[in-house]
Design a protein around this ligand. Structure first.
Ligand SMILES: CC(=O)N[C@H]1[C@@H](OP(=O)(O)OP(=O)(O)OC[C@H]2O[C@@H](n3ccc(=O)[nH]c3=O)[C@H](O)[C@@H]2O)O[C@H](CO)[C@@H](O)[C@@H]1O
Ligand SMILES: C=C(OP(=O)(O)O)C(=O)O
Length: 427
């Protein structure tokens, strides 16, 4: 298995092009199941999760073609030939976002058999909200042999759905299903993440009728059929936030190209409180901590527009070297502190009490062999390695391949000493 070796201590300087968002591209790809016309997605990142979603859609009978040019990667998806409504365990277990095919399949094909995703390193992650809400739209659903078996032979009917808890995936699944249901669906307490807004705009491009986009109440009037569209995937705010924190932890400065301040407002505000300068430029954002101290700040994860859980591990890595203490509270997932023991092995001082971690800044981190069990925990160790004295060897690099396009190339172009060691070369 590949590893990454980092020799820390070099401030990052330069430009990083921010890729299209994984968490926007995945639901956008599922929209091809709603129509027999072509959906073209531009600015799609080259990631393992995108390949997994491609395999799943092809397994359903969709055609997926990749088009590359110097500037971007596009996918052309065609769901005209969809003839298999099963999402098998082997693909769903690799990537939980596979459950996003459930709503489109049952809405357009009247049936779906989707493996239950199960838990993962960050928590139990049930899909009860997806199931209950689809039942409210008239789908008959039973759980059988580890699968969600859904049917709606006469189609779905719009309804008022009040989510008891904010869920990104459930909002996305229901938005796609409701777009083809009869009559009006109202989604109350819907998630408002930029990836949801992006999906809504794409659906509108396909002919869906949606109002309240960007708010927590979405009104969707179903249409008989949806058509094709061309849509550009929104910039990856989590990738941008990660590189902003990489600039900060190394005491460097970076230009992040292609991202807007609004997308990372909560993280930018925490970084500003910590003493990091962030300003908008014509092309994106300039992030700088050159020659400035870093202060400890308290952070609590919340649904958008709050501080994103997907940046919690990276923020914690940053806080390990701040002046003073920082309290980091995770409210979205029950088990998202898997990075703590590894950061501690690199010299960090962190005590976890339930959902909160008290981080006391230390003068320096030291390199170590480390590994993590999920994507963002893994990248937090990369950030720690960039700042640490000596060498860090990161194992289980496949987690990073799920969510960071060209990670080592982007960082080394900005002066990081980082390389990927392939199998045999790995120590
Ligand atoms: C592919 C993708 O976009 N993944 C993101 C998405 O995941 P995902 O869509 O899985 O996350 P949700 O917003 O659904 O989860 C939020 C919370 O609700 C709970 N829950 C969710 C559904 C459900 O049916 N029942 C239930 O109890 C979850 O266990 C979790 O505690 O949003 C998360 C929260 O911003 C991000 O960390 C993930 O990166
Ligand atoms: C948790 C994440 O992804 P997923 O929901 O696909 O596991 C993530 O992107 O940090």
């Amino acid at each position: 298995m590949d590893r990454i070796r980092i020799r820390g201590g070099r401030p990052l300087r330069g430009q990083i092009q921010i890729s299209g968002a994984k968490n926007a591209a995945l639901p956008l790809m599922a929209t091809c199941l709603l129509t027999d016309q072509e959906v073209r997605l531009d600015n799609v990142p080259d990631l393992a999760d995108i390949s997994t979603m491609t395999h799943l859609l092809v397994q359903h009978g969709a055609e997926v073609t990749t088009k590359l040019n110097a500037k971007q990667r596009s996918l052309i998806l065609n769901g005209a030939g969809v003839n298999d409504t099963t999402a098998p365990y082997d693909l769903v277990r690799k990537m939980r976002a596979s459950v996003l095919v459930l709503g489109p399949l049952v809405a357009r094909h009247g049936q779906a058999r989707v493996s239950l995703p199960g838990g993962c390193a960050i928590g139990t992650r049930p899909v009860d909200l997806h199931i209950k809400a689809l039942q409210q739209l008239g789908a008959e659903i039973e759980l059988k042999d580890g699968y969600i078996v859904a049917s709606a032979p006469k189609g779905l009917t719009g309804a008022e759905v009040a989510f008891p808890k904010v869920s990104v995936g459930a909002t996305e699944n229901l938005m796609m299903a409701a777009a083809l249901a009869k009559g009006e669906t109202v989604l109350i307490n819907a998630a408002r993440e930029p990836e949801i807004t992006d999906l809504a705009h794409c659906l509108v491009g396909m002919g869906a009728q949606i109002t309240g986009i960007g708010s927590n109440t979405l009104r969707i009037t179903g249409v008989e059929r949806l058509g094709g569209t061309t849509h550009r995937v929104v910039a990856d705010r989590i990738e941008a936030g990660t590189y902003a924190m990489a600039a900060a932890i190394t005491g460097g400065e970076l230009d992040l190209i292609g991202v807007h301040h609004d997308l990372i407002a909560a993280a930018a505000s925490s970084l500003a409180q910590a003493g990091v300068e962030i300003r908008e430029t014509e092309q994106g954002l300039h992030v700088s901590r050159a020659n400035r101290p870093l202060n400890g700040v308290d952070v609590m994860t919340e649904p958008y527009p709050g501080f994103p859980t997907d940046l919690q591990a990276q923020m914690m890595a940053l806080m390990t070297t701040a002046d003073g203490a920082s309290m980091i509270t995770e409210t979205i997932f029950e088990n998202r502190f898997m990075h703590v023991p590894e950061l501690t092995r690199m010299g960090a001082s962190i005590n976890v009490h339930g959902a909160s971690a008290m981080v006391r800044g230390v003068k320096k981190l030291t390199g170590a062999p480390v590994m993590a069990t999920d994507l963002r925990a893994s990248v937090s160790l990369v950030l720690a390695g960039l700042a640490a004295e000596g060498d860090t060897i990161l194992n289980r690099v496949y987690h990073l391949d799920r969510g960071y396009e060209k990670l080592t190339q982007k960082l080394s172009a900005c002066g990081a000493e980082i390389e990927r060691l392939q199998d045999a070369a790995a120590e």
